[in-house]
Write a protein that binds this ligand. Structure first.
Ligand code: ADP
Ligand code: ADP
Length: 225
């Protein structure tokens, strides 16, 4: 996985500072969680790392290179958006295959990877449906499948398990951990759920009011002496 470095990052919308003085080093292959209440800036910070937003000051570097110098299709990055952002007119299989098609992969290679991704998120049998025919939780799993299908160096996920019931959430938590370990992707995972952050993460960045207040392992941050 690739490293991600933020140095002195500041981002405002008009007069409102949304990210302030952010310094954060995410190591290659690390599972980093952004934990904090709604409105604390987690999504904005994730969007910045994905190149979907621009800082007013400071730098965002991926493997040492400033991110805005890399065109989006050269970024080896999978993203799960909070609203899933599935293509409504495409089947589930075509949604998941989309990043592979953009990478000009052959049809038979695509089919094999799409089957594997569908199996991982427990959606075999849904390949030919459309997003509107799926529940919210199922759509969320399609979004995860689309982000992981090409085994990216960096995986950015905005509350990817929020719409799932407890059983499926537990299952997907261990699947995502396993995938992270197998592929070695650097993962940045957004949640407001401390328990989820503790079971998933190598380290947690605790956000509040647009700042990163603390960074540490789950043990360092939450174990009682
Ligand atoms: P949450 O806080 O639950 O993560 P938000 O309501 O903050 O979700 O954000 C949902 C989406 O709306 C995000 O894409 C965010 O960028 C956008 N958004 C949030 N607040 C504003 C705002 N004041 N003006 C414009 N867009 C906003
Ligand atoms: P979180 O993901 O932690 O809920 P966000 O990054 O979505 O937080 O939002 C942080 C703050 O930035 C919120 O106060 C939100 O209303 C504001 N915000 C987010 N996107 C926009 C936007 N496009 N325009 C104006 N304000 C925004």
């Amino acid at each position: 996985g690739a490293s991600i470095d933020l140095d002195g990052v500041h981002l405002s919308y008009g007069d409102t500072a949304v990210l302030r003085d952010i310094d954060l080093r995410i190591k290659g292959g690390e599972f980093m969680t952004l934990l904090g209440p709604s409105g604390s800036g987690k999504s904005t910070l994730l969007n910045l790392m994905g190149g979907f937003a621009r800082a007013n000051a400071g730098e965002v570097r991926v493997n040492g290179a400033q991110i805005d110098h890399l065109p989006p299709n050269r970024r080896d990055m999978g993203m799960v958006y909070q609203n899933y952002a599935l293509f409504p007119h495409m089947t589930i299989a075509d949604n998941i295959a989309y990043p592979l098609k953009r990478r000009k992969m052959s049809k038979s290679d695509r089919a094999a990877l799409v089957r594997a991704a569908l199996a991982m998120v427990d959606l075999h049998g849904f390949a030919d449906r459309r997003p509107s025919q799926l529940s919210g939780g199922q759509q969320q799993r399609v979004a995860v499948a689309r982000a992981i299908v090409f085994r990216p160096q960096i995986l950015l996920m905005d509350e990817p398990l929020g719409a799932l019931d407890k059983r499926l959430r537990d299952e997907m938590q261990s699947e995502l951990r396993q995938l992270h370990e197998e592929v070695g992707s650097t993962v940045v995972f957004v949640t407001h759920d401390q328990e989820e952050a503790m079971v998933m993460s190598d380290r947690i960045a605790v956000m509040n009011g647009g700042r990163v207040e603390q960074v540490g392992t789950p043990h360092e941050l939450y174990s009682r002496p």
